[in-house]
Design a protein around this ligand. Sequence first.
Ligand code: IMP
Length: 194
Amino acid sequence: MKKRIIFATGNEGKMREIREILKDLDYEILSLKEAGIDIDIVEDGETFEENAVIKATAVMRACGEIVLADDSGLEIDYLNKEPGVMSARYMGENTSYRIKNQILIDRLDGVPDEKRTARFVCVVAAAFPDGRVETRRGTIEGRIAHEPAGENGFGYDPIFYYPERKMTTAQMSPEEKNKLSHRGKALRLIREIL
Ligand code: IMP
């Protein structure tokens, strides 16, 4: 039987990216739901690192298997790195990203390109049954678009413009985004220690 890794997320968009990036590993990757794990985790850390470790450790304690967790978000320099660790909760979890993205664009109304710099950050934590915990961080630098574009990806992708490709991360194919993205980078770093 293949060894298992539980990835502590309920986000299907992330799970698709994660499976693609870790597909060459000799592990079966299961989401919380697929592993039948249902626990409430309070993500009250102040940094991406703290939250990733909180999630990975809580789930590892509940199931005793190797657990990966990521914490990620969008930092907009002009807004003092908001929404940051609050990215998922920004404007409330039930507010659609169409609205969240429009509000962010409105908050940057009139701000010139050179001041619209932003980055996606992803920290992946690995919690092992022997108590060892490791974290790795990946980032992608871009800027906030003047209007949303693209249908791929999820969350803030339609407003995250990547100048080198002259498109948003929502206009990239999944393969292209995985090559460049914060999550891709952090997962490839964590893959080295599994
Ligand atoms: P987490 O589940 O606490 O890591 O929340 C991450 C949140 O940051 C997501 O719900 C999105 O709002 C945002 N985010 C993280 N990575 C991405 C990405 O690759 N594209 C778009 N939004 C992202």
